[in-house]
Design a protein around this ligand. Structure first.
Ligand SMILES: Cc1cc2nc3c(=O)[nH]c(=O)nc-3n(C[C@H](O)[C@H](O)[C@H](O)COP(=O)(O)O)c2cc1C
Length: 181
């Protein structure tokens, strides 16, 4: 089972990218994970789309399609989805054959704040209703006060968070198996 990870932050020291890297070490047996870097995705422009999807967008769509499941690590910006992530979802979602349909998806998010990106995650859930993805409901993973849970190299140091992520990844694998029949 292959999981495609997507971080909604472009910065090198991103807490969300660090959380995704931690997840790669917490996968259940039989699961593998790769991460798609959103930095080459241009800003959405319908005129550009009319001339053909840009190569990074094509790659993103192919990798989403090829993955058994998605794991999205989202920052929260102004109580919502960061533009970088929403922009990538908007590109990938354009017809024909938008690749989120029927895809199992789990969300995580890390923030220095106290609400663990919950508001951004619930906005993402709304977006994925329209795209007919199948979001994992439980467990949720809201990583609050994240700078206290990762060291300066971005390595996860908090055992409780690691356990929470391990459970979420096991649940995502089980959810994916159920959906694949
Ligand atoms: C434009 C902007 C808006 C933000 N709004 C929120 C917010 O609503 N809630 C929150 O918890 N953190 C907010 N933050 C702080 C981010 O959680 C913090 O920058 C975080 O480290 C971003 O994720 P990253 O480390 O993966 O880049 C905001 C940051 C920026 C730049």
């Amino acid at each position: 089972m292959h999981i495609l990870g997507i971080s909604g932050s472009l910065r090198k020291a991103s807490l969300n990218s660090a959380a995704l890297r931690a997840c790669a070490d917490l996968l259940p047996p039989g699961a593998t994970m790769s991460v798609f870097d959103l930095s080459p995705i241009p800003l959405y422009d319908e005129d550009v789309r009319q001339q053909g999807l840009p190569e990074p967008v094509q790659r993103l769509r192919e990798q989403i399609r090829a993955a058994d499941a998605l794991l999205i690590a989202t920052p929260e910006y102004n109580y919502s989805i960061p533009g970088v992530l929403k922009n990538a979802i908007d590109w990938a979602s354009r017809p024909p054959e938008q690749p989120f349909a029927d895809k199992p998806v789990a969300l995580i998010g890390a923030t220095p704040g106290g609400f663990g990106t919950s508001r951004a995650q619930y906005h993402l859930r709304q977006v994925f209703v329209y795209l007919n993805a199948h979001l994992l409901n439980q467990p949720e993973a809201f990583i609050s006060a994240a700078p206290t849970k990762f060291d300066e190299q971005g390595k996860l140091t908090d055992a409780a968070t690691a356990e929470q992520l391990r459970k979420l990844l096991a649940a995502l694998a089980e959810w994916t198996r159920r959906l694949q029949g």
